[in-house]
Design a protein around this ligand. Structure first.
Ligand code: ADP
Length: 503
């Protein structure tokens, strides 16, 4: 798997090996085992960069049905581990599998909680017992660490599903064997998912005392917020880009938690996500029709031809700009500003392919233009990683008109695939995409500011106009392909934070 860049690696090795840092990484999804979005990409690749830098990192995640079905090699490590669950204890089996570089991943098995078709819910909504499931998971992660005798210096928690852990470590686990010295980092991947539950369920968390349920604790407008618990009780908070770190301290993006984040702003850090270039790299992508590189780009044309065939667009799109989008179909992702100008975008003589899963209403709204222009528009629904790779390689222009975007990974993938991004200037999109400037011939893509269809269409039109100038377009693609967002630098920033909170 991908090591951190060499020189940096050495610096890190020297720094970390002497400290013998141990990190327990808790995530509700990890690539390649289970994924619904970017969190899985991060949780599957950041630990590898940390391990390459000398950290003893181990992960804990639920043993979902999808993990069992994909038949990753695993073995049972602990049978019938007792896990606190409200005023009872329940049992879990702990299995072990491995990420690249021999990184242990402990899988928490409990059939009634995790052996389900999906990770968090289905088309009817979230599973009714997500508080129970992820409280159980949080306790199980801590109990697993104790049971295997792993004494973490840092427990790195991700998103609301693990937000209870920092609170548990300041409360019932404060003096627990092997955990009393563990500092916590809580990473916010998306403020839009807060883990809100009704207060009558508080007892299940193990934090039922009045000292936790108040506005300075995990109470949020009368409910329980697990995201807020993570923010309040962790030793350091990170989010996934510098711009998003600033945005979430404002009323517009903070969703009512901005005041608390402002209070904790000295402990809040924006660290840009990295990319796993072993997985997302046209030089060796096993899902695409022809591999290619910046120096030998001809394969991209073949990928476009193959994609157009696969999604049954008219062959004449081979000579026109093909726009691509891969996204959760969610209000966050800007489809509400895309749909009103979809006809106008097609009016620019383009083709369009969208791969998305999520909101049924958004899917229905996209179906209409696809039905009206079957040879120009292809809408594919469902989660399809191989097709995502083929769109990344086969499209010319990649669209990300997000209302907000904590980091965004697809724009960084797009750059590597020579697929020029058109993005809204928010969060990590703002930090990674630089507006193309015709005079100085600088920049790697196209950005727009106001969240409206007109501004978006203008940026798309700009991209389409430049596309027609083959030489300039080639340079733009080539510039983007040079960008390197691998994990080395970000891993160094996480390491600095771990060091600063280590007890
Ligand atoms: P988010 O985490 O908000 O969904 P990111 O850009 O950080 O957005 O990460 C999205 C990840 O999920 C990318 O790896 C993208 O390729 C992938 N993805 C999104 N939707 C689909 C889909 N329908 N099929 C396959 N992969 C998808």
């Amino acid at each position: 798997m991908r090591p951190a860049p060499c020189a940096l690696n050495l610096i890190l090795m020297r720094g970390i090996m002497s400290e013998n840092m141990k990190v327990l990484f808790l995530s509700s999804e990890v690539m390649p085992f289970a994924k619904t979005g970017g969190l899985a990409d991060v949780a599957g690749s950041l630990p590898i960069a940390l391990k390459n830098a000398g950290i003893d990192v181990r992960l804990v995640m639920p043993f979902y049905r999808v993990v069992k079905d994909t038949a990753f090699e695993n073995q049972m490590l602990i049978k019938d581990l007792e896990i606190p669950f409200g005023d009872r204890t329940l049992k879990a089996n702990i299995f072990e599998t491995f990420l690249a570089e021999g990184i242990p991943v402990y899988l928490v098995e409990r059939e009634d909680m995790f052996d389900r078709p999906n990770l968090y819910g289905d088309s009817k909504g979230d599973y009714y017992d997500n508080l129970e499931r992820f409280s159980f998971f949080s306790h199980a992660a801590l109990k697993t660490s104790q049971a295997i005798g792993f004494k973490p210096d840092v427990i790195h928690c991700h998103d609301w599903q693990t937000g209870l852990v920092p609170a548990l470590l300041k409360g019932p686990y404060k003096t627990s064997n092997g955990l009393s010295n563990a500092a916590t980092v809580f990473t916010i991947h998306n403020m839009g998912y807060q883990g809100i539950f009704t207060p009558d369920k508080l007892a299940v968390t193990g934090l039922s005392g009045p000292q936790y349920f108040h506005p300075e604790g995990l109470e949020y407008w009368g409910n329980i917020s697990l995201l807020k618990a993570g923010i309040i009780y962790s030793d350091a908070i990170t989010t996934v880009s510098p711009t998003y770190a600033n945005e979430i301290m404002t009323h517009e993006y903070g969703l009512g938690i901005e005041g608390i984040l402002l209070n904790r702003n000295k402990s809040l850090h924006g660290i840009l996500n990295g990319v796993d270039y072993d997985e997302w790299n046209p030089v060796k992508d096993k899902h695409i029709s022809a591999c290619y590189s910046r120096k030998s780009i001809s394969g991209k044309k073949k990928c476009k031809e193959a994609l157009i065939k696969e999604i049954a667009l008219h062959p004449n799109i081979n000579d026109k700009p093909l726009l691509g989008m891969i996204s959760r179909l969610d209000k966050q992702k800007g489809l509400d500003i895309l749909i009103p100008v979809l006809e106008a975008i097609l009016g620019l003589d383009t083709g369009l392919v969208i791969l998305g899963s999520g909101d049924q209403e958004i899917e229905n709204a996209l179906r209409k233009p696809a039905d009206e222009h079957p040879d120009r528009v292809a809408i594919h629904t469902g989660f399809n990683n191989p097709l995502a790779h083929r769109i990344m390689a086969g499209a010319d222009i990649f669209l990300i008109p997000s209302r907000y975007e904590p980091c965004g990974l697809t724009q960084m993938y797009a750059l590597k695939y020579g697929t020029v991004p058109v993005v809204r200037a928010t969060g990590g999109l703002n930090d990674t995409i630089e507006q193309y400037d015709e005079k100085s011939i600088t920049g790697n893509g196209f950005k727009f500011g106001p969240y409206d269809s007109k501004a978006f269409l203008k940026a798309v039109k700009q991209a389409v106009d430049i596309f027609k100038d083959k030489n300039t377009w080639k340079k733009l693609m080539s510039t983007g392909m040079k960008y390197d967002y691998s994990w080395g630098r970000s891993a160094e920033s996480y390491f600095d934070i771990y060091k600063s909170i280590k007890r």
